[in-house]
Every structure is written in C-alpha cells, then in structure tokens.
Design a binder for this molecule. Sequence first.
Ligand code: PLP
Length: 357
Amino acid sequence: MIGQPNLDEDIINFASDNTSGVDLEIFSVVEQAAKSSAMPYGDDVFTSKLQTITNEIFEKRVSIFPVATGSAANALALSVVCPPYGSVYCHKESHLEEDECAAPEFYIGGGKLSLLSGEKAKFSAEILRAKLEVKSPAPPVHHSPAAAVSITQATEIGSVYSIDEIAAISDVARYHRLSLHMDGARIANAIVSLGVTPAEATWKSGIDVLSLGATKNGVFAAEAVIFFDPDKAADFEFRRKRGGHLFSKHRFLSSQLLPYLEENKWLRLAENANLRAQQLGKGLQKLSQFSILHEVDTNMVFVKMPVSLADGFKRKNCLFYTWGQDEGYIFGRLVTSFNTTEKEVDRFLEIASQLAN
Ligand SMILES: *Cc1c(COP(=O)(O)O)cnc(C)c1O
C-alpha cells in the first residue's frame, strides 16, 4: 500500500500523550469534512458550530480561534495581552520558558518572560505577589512592566492547581491589572481531576484567556485559543493570520475540535488517561524496586527505578523518557493517553514485575 511503513503493534508507548493516535469518532468527522466542500478561512459550518458549542460548554459567549500547535496558541494568546515591552510571569519549568524556542517573546514582539519558582511546577499567589512587589530605585520607564501571568493546567509534571489556588493568583493579577492566561495543553485532564465544570476551571476562577489543548487528548493536530471576553480578542485574528495560523482549509481544524468538545468527549477521553495513570502508579507502587515521585493527579507517573530495570523495559519494547542517574537509579516519566487500555497497563505491570524479580 502507498506510504505504509512497518508499524510495530507490540510497543507500549508511555513516552508522552502525543505518541498516541486519534479517536476514531473524531477521525470520522474529519472524513466527512474531507468528502465535502466548504468556504475557506473559517467560513464553514464546522467552525460556526464549534463557536456555538464552545459558548455552551463554557456557559457564556466566548471567542474561540483554532490553531495548529500549542506553542502557537500560547504565543499568539500572550501577544494580545502583553505589549512588546511587557513581561509575562510564569513558572521557570513552564512549557513557555522551556519548550517553545522563544516563540512567546517572538510573537509578543520582544516582551520577556519573568520566571517564578514553586514546588510541583506550580507557583503560588504569594510567590507572584512577592515578585511583583520588588521595587527598584530606578524610574518605572527603565523596567519591562508586568502585563500578564500564565499558569499551566495541568502542569508539566501532571500536577493540578486547585480552584482556590487559581482564584488567589487571579486576585493578585487583578490587583496589579494583569491578564491571566492558562496554558491548557492538558486542561481536560485537570478538569476531570478537579471534578469541576469547564467554566469553574477557567473564567469563573479568573482566567481571561485559555490555550485549549486537544492534540495530546485524541485529535490529529489542533488546539485553540479561547478569550472569555470576546471584546479582548479584537486583534487576535490579525495576529493569527500574520503568524501563519489562519488555515485556508480551516474546517480541518474545526472538524477535529467539534467532535472533541461535543457530548463531553474531551472529558471522557481525559478520564481514561487519568484512570490508566492511577492504575499504573498503584501497580508500580506495589513493587519494591519502584518509587513514585509525585502524587498522580492526572495522566503522568514519575518513578525512580534501578537503571538495569529501565534497560530491561527498552528490551521489552516499553518506551518512556528517562533522565538523571543517582547511584544506580534512574528517573522515568510514564504518560498515559486517551486510548491507553487497562490491558496495556496490566501488560506493562507484568513486565515490570518480571524485570524486578
Ligand atoms: C504539549 C504542550 C504544549 C503544546 O506544545 P506544541 O508542541 O507546540 O503543540 C503546550 N504546553 C504544554 C504544557 C504542553 O505539554
């Protein structure tokens, strides 16, 4: 067959949630889009329905803008809420800082990231307040003024900000007249973990603009920026077009996101990923050679194990990222996905217990 590489079905891949495939219902909606014609640049029924359903899900009139990657979503969203000379406050381990090749600074047009620390890849309202209140003797014109704050939900290590933590950060942001952005590459996993509504997880807790992730949770390649005050989105369309993210066949982004959001599919997919991570974490915890490093809030399990076991997993076609080494031990990150099965986790645990013996 055309373009068919050898696919190894035996691999258990916990390297990341972007190694997983695509939900087949979503696939079929994209197929429908592929079989029909539509006007370009978002003037199509998938896109208009996506806007309607997003309003329903978030219980208010919002503006949603599909883009192709999470980095584009973050950088374009921040470019609207931060002037070229401004600063965005974010965690030092955030995707913005570590994984986006200075795209936020580029799209903002020269702005900078001001880095905060804090346990579990989260910063607190107190840490933010303290940093914002540092006064320099020089007149204000010499500094980059604070313009926005960005939090990642769920974080880069799978931990979750509680609603109270977000609301407290939002209070500090409001006091200093800063916009609050949420990098929600894994927002669905966080919503499921918190057991709240999408509205409570975002604008009701003070979020102004959201990067809504979807790629890691069952679509091909689509994310979206959502402004909870549509009036604040006025120049986003121009920035998206200038940034090369206004797709001419726009319906192929919207037709991924529409079935993703409809009938709570995004939350159901994330629920599976979270449950499988629980199963994996609990299973590994029973084996004395493994120690779980962080509480499993969403779909990531961090585990310390002997180096020899990590090598054993590789030989058994079990993939995950490892780093660091500490006296014969190594750290591993296992990420489960929307389509990870109970059986797959059982098989991984079986291999783990064989290797550990
Ligand atoms: C994956 C991810 C993104 C988006 O990354 P892209 O590769 O640009 O799609 C953004 N933020 C976080 C926290 C992520 O994990």
